[in-house]
Design a protein around this ligand. Structure first.
Ligand SMILES: *Cc1c(COP(=O)(O)O)cnc(C)c1O
Length: 378
């Protein structure tokens, strides 16, 4: 057996849509497929405006510009996240302020945010780890009390919900990723979701190199020109065509991933061991089966586990090195309070193979192997 961690899942129509895009004679951004994706995202998330980007990283950069983040501003975020969450704001001269995560969901601990707020704080960036929602009511409440903008890093949260609302559509803005490692994958890709209506027009400008070209194409102005700062964040129609096929099959992809996730949860839950624990998903969170992780008590046991699985052909991966412990995180960021849960996840968390095309036999083999390896490590 050889079970990779992740594998591209191609639905029926990616190639067909790409050929159609090529036949149209124009592959630059904001063509027919991009517009279809925008409409799908608006309909399925309930956001006021969706804009495709070349990556979630790009969408976060746009959000930082839209939020008017500048030198010396502080942005509260978890340290247990991907570098782009912090980088997007550091590029504007801001200081990421790292707050610990909750021990259950691995998400930003809403109870520890208030203590991190200073006169320089501008925004909170909750990250929905593994597609499981942060405690958004608590986060929106602190944000309201201190007049802070909430920008959701929902890179992993496509089709996940919190109290019935789509992730990315709850804060002022949200970002999604369609990177190859995510549920809905276009190789590289992302989206900015705008929920506060008034940010929409400026978002289009920032995304189009600081010009009002989008308005020009809609016939609202008779020429376009440089009106603001901005950069190039549009994906080409090739990516949008691929993404459109994936979005058409989003529910099927999610259902397939969910079957794997549920099987892991049931079968690994039957292992009687205090070496590790399984993921927690609060009842108000509808998750999308993005990641299945197990959390070990320490780095030593985790390493033995990863090694034992590797010897049996299974590719299991640890996840983030907490940003506050990284060279750039130390240089650009600041820590608020103790980050003990962050460090525990940094040392103990392992992700198991999970992709939409995984066969029942593959899943069975992983469950049996994990059960056996944990028994031997106990
Ligand atoms: C994947 C990911 C990103 C970056 O997404 P890209 O589309 O690769 O730029 C940002 N934040 C989080 C939490 C992610 O998981």
């Amino acid at each position: 057996m050889n079970i990779p961690f992740n594998k591209l899942f191609v639905t029926a129509r990616e190639t067909e849509f790409i050929q159609d895009a090529v036949a149209s004679g124009c592959l630059t951004g904001d063509g027919r497929y991009t517009r279809l994706c925008h409409a799908w995202l608006e309909e399925n998330t309930g956001c006021a405006k969706a804009l495709l980007a070349h990556s979630c990283t790009g969408a976060l950069e746009m959000a930082a510009v839209l939020a008017n983040i500048g030198p010396g501003d502080e942005v509260i975020m978890p340290s247990y996240t991907f570098v782009s969450t912090a980088n997007a704001f550091v590029l504007r001269g801001a200081v990421p302020v790292f707050v610990d995560i909750r021990p259950d969901t691995q998400n930003l601990d809403e109870r520890k945010i208030a203590a991190a707020v200073t006169a320089r704080t501008k925004a909170i960036v909750p990250v929905h780890y593994a597609g499981v929602a942060c405690e958004m009511d608590g986060i929106l409440q602190v944000a309201g009390e201190h007049r802070l903008l909430v920008i959701e890093d929902a890179a992993q949260g496509v089709l996940s919900t919190y109290k019935g609302k789509a992730l990315g559509a709850i804060g002022a803005m949200g970002t999604l990723s369609f990177h190859g490692s995510k549920n809905i994958a276009a190789g590289e890709g992302g989206a900015l979701l705008i929920n506060d209506d008034f940010l929409g027009e400026r978002a289009e400008i920032i995304r189009e190199k600081g010009t009002n070209r989008s308005r020009f194409f809609r016939g609202e102005v008779d020429k376009y020109t440089w009106v603001d700062i901005g950069s190039s964040y549009l994906p080409s129609e090739l990516n949008a065509a691929f993404l459109w096929a994936q979005l058409q099959s989003a529910e099927e992809i999610q259902a397939r991933r969910m079957r794997v996730w549920e099987t892991y949860f049931r079968r690994l839950g039957a292992i009687n061991s205090d070496l590790f624990r399984l993921p927690v998903c609060p009842p108000e969170c509808g998750h999308n089966a993005h990641i299945f992780y197990v959390l070990f008590r320490n780095a030593g046991i985790r390493q033995s586990f990863i090694q034992a699985l590797k010897e049996r052909g299974i590719d299991a991966l640890f996840h983030y090195i907490p940003l506050h412990l990284s060279p750039a995180g130390r240089r650009y960021g600041r820590v608020s309070g103790r980050l003990e849960n962050t460090e525990a996840a940094g040392e103990g968390l392992v992700r198991l193979p999970l992709w939409a095309g995984m066969s029942a036999k593959d899943v069975d083999y992983v469950c049996e192997t994990v059960t056996d390896v944990v028994k031997k490590l106990s």
